[in-house]
Design a protein around this ligand. Structure first.
Ligand code: OGA
Ligand code: NI
Length: 347
């Protein structure tokens, strides 16, 4: 198997001070232009100076390592089947499918905590499942979700500016009540007998922006359409890797591309990663942003290299009357075939 290339590197965007109310507007504009280039060229970039407390991240990583080392019967107490449609909880190694193949990873899913049982049961809404044996997890994770939610809203304001839209455009139209998912994964050390097995196969993310904390193992590969090759997103300390999901591609008429990526842990250590998915409101429509609202020069710069899509979907052909929720529903059962069948009553 050909190794991914390291001669092309993803851009790093420095956010230090950028979201302060007193920040110089010229600097904000310049940063949004950097973001725009990164999103058009790669759809993937690093952020530094993001302001998320590194102690919080370290503590969270430690708790997850502890959690995944618990005996199977402990982890099974919060297995995903028990959460029904809420789509939360733990799944075992090889429990998830990407591109029709089983991934070589184990994981634990979370979402916005919703304790209001009077709301109608629907996909992705509900309570998280917390492990008895890791009592610190809940406090740390809820704090992390709060902080990343603010960071993501702020980032989206820069994305709005990058497109020539008013700063609050995405917030007003798509993320007043965002769909938030968080996952922790471990990827076991490389299997010498089968070194080509993917930890997660090629895919794009479904929503808006993904903010990923990876550890020092590496192994994340990103497809660069301009170079027509896979490049490595090597770990860089104190950064997050950010990427665009399908909806941002859809809403921007493909100006920003949801970039395929995949993971293989080639080290002898357990790789831990923590993606945070900041996604649109459940009921918003797949209707793209009116072209006249967007900077017109974006369309001139848009190259026509159509990257092959891993799932064969054509983003520009989706029905604009579909909602984000319906889109997710149609995709998700391919990753977790049991989800459709299980509800709280029959699991
Ligand atoms: C994902 C993903 C990358 C990683 O969960 O969608 O791409 O490093 N994860 O775990
Ligand atoms: Ni992904």
């Amino acid at each position: 198997m050909m190794a991914a290339s390291t001669d092309v590197t993803l851009p790093i965007i420095d956010l230090t001070g950028i979201f302060d109310a007193t920040q110089n507007p010229k600097f904000v504009q310049e940063t949004s232009q950097q973001l725009r280039s990164a999103m058009m060229e790669f759809g993937f970039f690093y952020i530094k100076g993001h302001g998320i407390n590194s102690t919080l991240i370290d503590q969270l990583e430690e708790v997850f390592h502890n959690f995944f080392q618990l005996p199977l019967e402990e982890k099974r107490k919060i297995r995903m089947e028990l959460a029904g449609l809420a789509w939360r909880g733990w799944f075992p190694l090889h429990g998830e499918f990407t591109s029709g193949k089983r991934d070589r990873k184990e994981g634990y899913y979370f979402g916005t905590e919703c304790e209001d049982d009077s709301l109608e049961e629907r996909l992705m809404r509900g309570r998280n499942l917390w492990p008895e044996k890791c009592p610190k997890l809940k406090g740390l994770l809820l704090q992390y979700l709060d902080e990343l939610r603010v960071l993501a809203q702020n980032l989206l304001s820069l994305v709005s500016l990058a497109l020539g839209l008013e700063r609050e455009y995405f917030l007003k139209r798509f993320t007043q009540d965002p769909t938030i998912l968080f996952r922790a994964f471990i990827y076991p050390p490389m299997n010498e007998a089968n070194p080509n097995e993917w930890g997660v196969g090629e895919h794009t993310d479904m929503g808006f922006l993904t903010i990923l904390k990876q550890d020092a193992c590496g192994g994340l590969e990103v497809y660069s359409k301009n170079h027509d090759k896979w490049i490595e997103a090597l770990p860089i300390e104190n950064t997050f890797v950010v990427n665009i999901g399908d909806m941002l591609e859809r809403w921007t008429h493909g100006i920003f591309i949801a970039t395929p990526h995949r993971v293989r842990n080639a080290t002898k250590k357990v790789r831990l990663s923590m993606p945070f998915f900041f996604d649109p409101e459940w009921n918003c429509k797949l209707e793209p942003i009116p072209t006249e609202l967007l900077s017109q020069d974006l369309f001139n710069k848009q190259d026509n290299i159509k990257s092959h899509r891993w799932d064969g979907l054509l983003m520009d052909k989706l029905d604009p009357n579909l909602t984000y929720g319906e889109f997710v529903d149609s995709k998700i059962t391919k990753c977790f075939p049991f989800l459709r069948k299980h509800t709280k009553e029959n699991s």
